[in-house]
Design a protein around this ligand. Sequence first.
Ligand code: ADP
Length: 487
Amino acid sequence: MNILHMTSEIHPLIKTGGLADVSRSLPVALQSLGENIRLFVPGYRNLLAALNDTHEVMDSFPYGVLPAKARLLAADLPGSSIPLWILDCPALFDRGGGPYQDDEGQDWPDNPLRFGAFCRAAAWLVQNQHPSILDWSIDLLHCHDWQTALTPALLKFWHCPVPTVLTIHNLAFQGNFSASWINTLGLPAQEFHLESLEFHGQLSFLKAGLVHADAITTVSPRYAREIQTPQMGCGLDGLLRHRSAALSGILNGIDELWCPDNDPHLTHHYNITKKAPKALNKAHLQQRLGLEVSPQAFLVGLVSRLTLQKGIDLVLDSLDDMLADKSVQLVVLGSGDLDMERRLAHWNSRKPDQVHIALGFNEVLSHQIIAGADLFLMPSRFEPCGLAQMYAMTYGTPPLVHHTGGLADTVTPYQPEISPRRQQGTGFVFETAHSYELKSCFKIAKSCFHNPVEWNKVVHNAMKKSFRWDRAAQEYQILYNKLLKLT
Ligand code: ADP
């Protein structure tokens, strides 16, 4: 079947988080199962600059479809044979900064127009599948997150029978904007009500998709249950309960690029049967970051967006305690909340022998931290799936996580009372998002580290876990088949 995925991020062209990884890996895995996949993405300046070879599919969209002059371009996604369709609309996407924010970290004020146009273009392509226009017909549209979520609504308004799937990668990002955008985006005013586009007096992209998509998925089974509760439903739990028959959770996998045995960013390769070179990656990381090169040091790594969601405040509140032990070293790579960045940087200057804080986005360093650290910190308050903890386990770096969402679905808790022989743990898990729980969990992890038999068993269990994309892709395939038979 022919499936069009639409997404606002795609690795390796444009990435702010896990969405970019999934947007690449899932289509690649579906393609290996024999599905015919294309991707539709906005033509950001950086994305177009990173592509060598694009060609024009349509020199314009018909009058009235989009708010500005736009073309449809095509290229291959680098490193794959997935065809990309690109919405080249310079007025909306040819600018510096990131996909959603300017260089100062402020949301682009015309985001509703930018992603509204992206959704209108996608809906138009799905609805106008005439061979004289496109060489490819679309059997099903798979949308990812709020930036794409207006599309299922538009298709319903336009009475288009092509089925749609909307995947929620993070319910906290909803794309809620002033109701005045309804007119500007050419949306039917009569749809601005509680059961369609309206959410607390605003236009909500995500809600529109949740109401109108034929199927809704989230990226882990536990998160699919959590978002139906008032505590974690971000105000949309009632709607999600109402749509529970259409809602399911499919755990993400991780891309084969994340493999310690052939990762080009590592100085030394290793695998589950040859673990020794992991220690050389640790030494390399310590040396690169100016920390004492010591196998005995307990090297703790964190690679994350620096936000409340990721529990970075819990880490900050625990650092006094954690770093009181001089044998603990901490390496952080991330960017985000300016106050958190400042507080982390403060630790860098307070304990330069023990702490290295790298602010910014650095793909190479992220791989080296995940491979070189002993323990990977990921105490997210909520976590739709989380990829980094799965990378960490694959790289033999047990994660320390909060028991929530995809973290709970992927990390088997270490149980200190169980003998190493029977130990199933792949990481360290605390129940409630409080720094005192994080601190006591950290102490358990540290004492496990100092008992090599126990530690090696946890590392081994972690590396044995499989997070293959083909399993997830098969689950999506079943869902697609169901939808196509239903319509
Ligand atoms: P989220 O998508 O919520 O940010 P995930 O764990 O699902 O969290 O995915 C985060 C991805 O982004 C991982 O691939 C992680 O390694 C990467 N990442 C996060 N911050 C950085 C950074 N500062 N530099 C490099 N990679 C990062």
